[in-house]
Each structure stands twice: as C-alpha cells, then as structure tokens.
Design a protein around this ligand. Structure first.
Ligand code: SF4
Length: 346
C-alpha cells in the first residue's frame, strides 16, 4: 500500500518511496514465522525481488536458477515460496510429495500470461523439428510442452547445449531470446512475450542518468529492451548482478531491474552505492528505495501473508500428476546442463 504522505514530488511525476516495514511491526511477525517454520519443518525460499522484510526471514534468497536448485535439494516437509506463481509451481514439480505454499495465490507474471499452452502447442505443430527452449517464467502446462527450461542465468549455456540439427523455438520472452541470439549466434524463432516491468526502462532515461553518474557502472537484466541493453556495462541475471557488483572496482552502480534486488545489494556490498533505473523521466535523482521499477506481482506478497500461508498451509500449489511428470523432464535437463563444467556444456 502506498501511503499518500510518503509520496514525494519529483517535478515531472510523483514518485512513491518504499519505507522499510518498521521493526516494531516486522520483528513480532518474523518471530511468529520462525516458530511456524520449526513446527512445520519448512524452508522459506525468496526471490531477489521480494520486499526486504521477506528477504530477511528467508533461508535462501536468489534468482530463479538458485531457487530451483534449492527446491530440488531440500529435505524440508513444507516449501514456503515467496515469489510468483510459476516459481512455486516449479518447486512443486520438483517436490510432488511436499506441501508448497505461496503467500498470495494471485502473484502472477506478464510473461507467463503471454504464453498459453494451447497457443504454444499450435505453433509447435507447424514445425515438427522445433526444439523448444522455454524460459522458466511460464506455467507448468507450458513447461510440460518444452524440451528444456532455462533461466536468465543459464540461457546462453542451455542454448549452446541444444541439438544443432533442430530449429530452436525460444519462449516466452522475446527480449531475453534476442539477447541469447546475440550471445550465441544461434538463430531462433522468438515468442512475442515480455516482462511488463522490464520493458518500461528506456534509453533516454538511462542516458540522462549516465550523465549524472559518469563513474557508475550500468548493470542491466536481459529482459530489458535492446536499446537499454546496448548501454550496459554488464547484462546479467539478478544473481550475477550481485557477483558483478561485489567484484567490480566501481563504487556506484545503476541497476536496471526490479528494485527489490537493491536490498540484497546493499547488504552484500555495504561500501557501494546503488541507483535504481527510473521507468519514467525524472527531474530528481532516483535513490536506492525508488519504487517506480517494482513488479506489481512480486510485491503482492507481504510478511503477514507469509505468516498466514504457513498458519493455514494455503494457498497451496496443486498440479495434475501428468503435468508434473512431463514438466519435470525439461527442468531436470536444465539443472543437469547447468551443473556441467563450461567445456562440457555443448
Ligand atoms: S518482474 Fe516481470 S518477469 Fe518477473 S514476475 Fe514480474 S512480470 Fe514476471
């Protein structure tokens, strides 16, 4: 919820700022969550885009690849998945006998919505030689139609490992797909889907920021448009952003992705400064708690909802056995290729 008093004028637009949840509110909730976690033998997995107070109670915070690897290896009885629906489904596919709960059942994704399974099946039927490489941001039904899954962290490796005699079909993110084509030189048919949050970033805004912060490195998520990727010092997944900012000698970074990642960046690189890329013209410099680049789906989860989903063991992810069986194969293929050393990835 945006508090009107927290909305600060910026000249061209009114920009809301995210204040962290006050400790007198977050601490008792976090305590309740930790007690429930012990009682349920639960593990709490949180995506890098979750609000700070959820990241702070999680056992693991990471990107889609890291979260899938954690889900595949957990011995907990209950997985509390603080992310969006397709991520919790992936955890269920990898753990059909465990209880998987999602704090808000409506936490969806524009990429998932752009690619309904019947439409994909229709396209696949036009070319029996298609080899479908599917970005993990899709429904379980779409995963079940895929040859291999990828994340933004391993998409280049996965495409390089794909059979050379097949026609590659990349779904559902056309921007990630285009970037992977640039990196691998592999032609691919691209599905016309995108992340509504990342395509809001624009070259002009970034050029203005670059003028203001000439010493800052620009780090861009590959779901962004090419006009934005072309300005980047580094294009990478959120997990690789953390590693890049940690090891790079620069002291200031412009981060072009969902602003939730800033919390982890600040924790892991306390001596560096981070600036969210704005999604519209700004007269005033953005700060590290800018909210204009938030994903509305990721931010549906709150600390209260995390507590409630653990208390009620609901909303729970349930999937038909046949979908789980078919969707598991391409996910396991991805995990296996991801684990290969680089020289054996092809
Ligand atoms: S940030 Fe984009 S890709 Fe990620 S969940 Fe939100 S809409 Fe989907």
């Amino acid at each position: 919820m945006i508090d009107v008093d927290d909305v600060q004028p910026t000249g061209l637009a009114r920009l809301p700022w995210r204040k962290p949840m006050p400790p007198e509110q977050s601490e008792p909730l976090a305590q309740e969550i930790l007690t429930l976690k012990k009682k349920l033998n639960a593990v709490i997995l949180a995506h890098n885009y979750q609000v700070p107070e959820i990241q702070d109670v999680a056992d693991f915070v990471g990107d889609s690849l890291g979260l899938s690897q954690q889900a595949a290896g957990t011995d907990a009885d209950v997985i509390v998945f603080c992310g969006v629906h397709f991520m919790a489904e992936t955890a269920k596919i990898l753990n059909p006998d465990k209880i998987v709960v999602l704090p808000d059942k409506d936490a969806g994704c524009s990429l998932e919505q752009s690619c309904p399974a019947p439409k994909l099946a229709k396209l696949q039927a036009t070319n029996p030689n298609f080899y479908t490489v599917t970005y993990i941001n899709c429904s379980a039904e779409v995963k079940a139609l895929s040859d291999v899954i990828c994340t933004s962290g391993n998409a280049v490796k996965i495409v390089n490992a794909s059979p050379k005699d097949r026609d590659l079909l990349f779904v559902p993110d056309e921007n990630l797909g285009a970037w992977v084509m640039e990196q691998t030189g592999q032609p691919m048919t691209l599905w016309r889907g995108n992340c509504y949050a990342h395509v809001e970033f624009r070259r002009d805004n970034l050029l203005r920021l670059r003028k203001e912060l000439p010493d800052a490195k620009i780090v861009v998520h590959p779901e962004s448009l090419r006009e934005v990727r072309d300005l980047a010092d580094e294009v990478c997944s959120t997990e690789k952003m953390i590693a890049y900012c940690k090891t790079n000698l620069a002291k200031r970074f412009v981060i072009v992705t969902e602003s939730g990642i800033i919390h982890r960046l600040k924790k892991e690189c306390p001596d560096k400064e981070f600036f969210c890329a704005p999604v519209f013209d700004v007269m005033k410099m953005p700060t590290d708690n800018c909210r204009c680049s938030e994903c509305k789906y990721m931010k549906m989860n709150t600390l209260e909802k995390v507590r409630d989903c653990m208390k009620n063991l609901a909303p729970r992810i349930e999937l038909p056995a046949d979908i789980i069986r078919r969707a598991r194969l391409p996910i396991e293929r991805m995990l296996e290729i991801s684990a290969r050393p680089l020289e054996n990835a092809g």
